[in-house]
Design a protein around this ligand. Structure first.
Ligand code: 13P
Length: 248
């Protein structure tokens, strides 16, 4: 897969009337050197994929269950996402960890389930503000990475997103030095944790990425793209971020 990835996480936003944003993205971008990925709510994956597939835009889910099927009311399996047209799935997002109590062990099982059906897993890690202030940022993301990668994880179907919890939806962004420090640490840690292909695992930064700061962030070593929340909801906001990545 190309290393440059511009991913949009729509979170719990979007109904059918918002699909027009995908038509606009499809019309605006046709650069195969950058993977453009949109992760809409599960209800829109199939319709989103119908629009995106022809334009070479990938579609992903925002979570999956670790089990293949069964009595899990309200949950979605990895196979169901794949069947609906998803090629990627975000796992371990801090909002899932906070809202649903997901542990590293839960995330590890989900990554294994996702990769088993062919999905590329986007593992999210990131420290809270209190943890950063206490000087624990690297220790926290290191522990999350170690705890969340299943045995035998496939590096070629893995992406890691560094999303400091305090930067999500706040307009606050770490300094470029802080981003570079964590990404360098993640790159080195992956080399210890993944048998083969660690150097090729894309590392995304996420947390208040906007058109105004994207180019600077993409200039940081070991930043291969972004996982974008709020600014991915409209083509007008997301397109300039994708363009900044193309030009990086
Ligand atoms: P924002 O871009 O809205 O800060 O969200 C980031 C995020 O959580 C992406 O997964």
């Amino acid at each position: 897969m190309p290393r440059k990835i511009a991913a949009g996480n729509w979170k719990m936003n979007g109904t059918s009337s918002d699909l027009v944003e995908l038509d606009k993205l499809a019309a605006a971008h046709a650069d195969p050197s950058v993977v453009m990925l949109i992760c809409p709510p599960a209800t829109l994956i199939e319709r989103a994929d119908r629009i995106c597939a022809a334009a070479g835009i990938a579609v992903g889910g925002q979570d999956c269950h670790a089990a293949a099927s069964g009595a899990h009311t309200g949950d979605t399996s990895a196979q169901m996402l794949w069947d609906a047209g998803a090629a990627y799935v975000i796992l371990g997002h801090s909002e899932r960890r906070a809202d649903h109590g997901e542990t590293d062990a839960d995330v590890s099982a989900k990554i294994a389930a996702a990769q088993a059906v062919g999905l590329t897993a986007i593992l999210c890690v990131g420290e809270s503000l209190a943890q950063r202030d206490a000087g624990q940022a690297l220790a926290v993301v290191g522990a999350q990475l170690r705890g969340s990668l299943p045995d035998g994880v496939a590096a070629d179907r893995l992406i890691v997103a560094y999303e400091p919890v305090w930067a999500i939806g706040t307009g606050k962004v770490p300094t470029l030095e802080q981003i570079g420090e964590v990404h360098g640490f993640l790159r080195a840690s992956l080399a210890d944790l993944v048998a083969e292909g660690a150097a090729d695992v894309p590392l995304l930064y996420g947390g208040s990425v906007k058109a105004a700061n994207a180019a600077d962030i993409f200039g940081v070593a070991d930043v291969d793209g972004a996982l974008v929340g709020g600014a991915s909801l409209t083509a007008a906001d997301f397109s300039p971020i994708v363009t900044a990545l193309q030009n990086a």
